[in-house]
Design a protein around this ligand. Sequence first.
Ligand code: TYD
Ligand code: MG
Length: 455
Amino acid sequence: MAKSKKYYYCQECGYQSASWLGRCPECGKWNTMVEEVVKAAVSSVKASQRSISPTSKPKLIKDVTYSETTRIPTHYPELDRVLGGGIVPGSLILIGGEPGIGKSTLLLQTALSITNLRVLYVSGEESEQQIKMRADRINQHNNTCYVVSETVTQRIFEHIEQVQPDLVVIDSIQTISTEHVDSASGSVSQIRECTTEFQRFAKESGVPVLLIGHITKDGTLAGPKVMEHIVDCVLQFEGDRNYGFRMLRSLKNRFGSTAELGIFEMQGDGLREVANPSEFLLSQRDENLSGAAIGATLEGARPMFIEVQSLVSSAVYGTPQRNANGFDYRRLSMLLAVLEKRCGFKLAAKDVFLNIAGGIKVADPALDLAVVCSILSSNVDIAISPKFCFAAEMGLSGEIRPVARVEQRVGEANRLGFEKIFISKYNGKAIKQSKYDIEIVQVGVIEEAFRKLFA
Ligand code: TYD
Ligand code: MG
């Protein structure tokens, strides 16, 4: 009989303590310690002492071989790209997202699309019938995907032994528990131990495991940060639930870039890939309305053209309102302050609302110029032609700064049939106007852009 021990774990960072503390000494958060009972002898000691493979021995790094082709393609290029080119054998991949965003749908679709390999889909949340209903809804069926409703890791490993799958999906880690830990499923020590067990299994067998994880209200993965350390890949599935768009971002990837972004659209019959988001986002705009401007942004390696909409109106109350959807609020305040200083924009007398079309969130600073121009456009009530686009950052003194990979942005704008692209003059040297049909407008300061647009 294993001896049980009580520990206190920080729900935020996973810090472990023998006594309760009001404030976690690791992450500094208050009131996050919870008591959990751990069967010490079985779980932490023996399990961690077990070797990954009894025959492992050190090799020269030059003698270690692998081939790129062994990655498992998922038949969803968007997902493959975010993963860095398919699923690496023996990897442990965590897919996080808010409830209802579509994680189960994404992974079930993935499981069903892989027809040449055996997949085991384990659900701790849904029954086999419910999974089947979902499969009917997305209308995908195959002869190689097994489903089981199970919540205890030891039994999951028995099922794996029996089915001998080439890929395992666990939906979700918060509903799974191990017999080695006494606390309830979803607690810090359960999540940590279960993740470690799956990691050990993946590394020993070479079978990749996809874990679904829930996200807490403030947007971090529920459970301790330690889980993020254990897994090879952390993907985040996000999007505005009022829109169909879903974005898959890579937050950590041991086998690929974290700059990649995959875009999907939730439809009545499952998730569909959006291979060309720009055409999709821009097709639905009205002509000649003031306050709209198009930014040529890059998400990972992919150019994405997004529409920024602003509404500037006279403030009715003393304190003007500011609101930004899909854009960093503090950055908006900064841009407004620069506009006040350089363009005579009367900040204190105006309400400013900013919206990025399609419920998309972007972090590319190249969107600055589009944001600023859309605000100015709404302010003077003069429309910017839908055939113009913008790609530049704005500095604190109103200077228009260069952005990365401007050729790619100009090339894509050219391809999409834009007539003018506004870029920083410091980017100008990298670009030959003669190569493109699109007119490349170079600006140095914000006043210059204002004059060229509205004068
Ligand atoms: P789900 O995959 O269950 O989300 P998660 O596992 O992240 O909690 O998806 C839930 C939402 O997606 C649900 O509100 C219904 C919607 N949905 C569709 O719109 N179309 C579909 O084909 C499916 C399967 C779900
Ligand atoms: Mg689910």
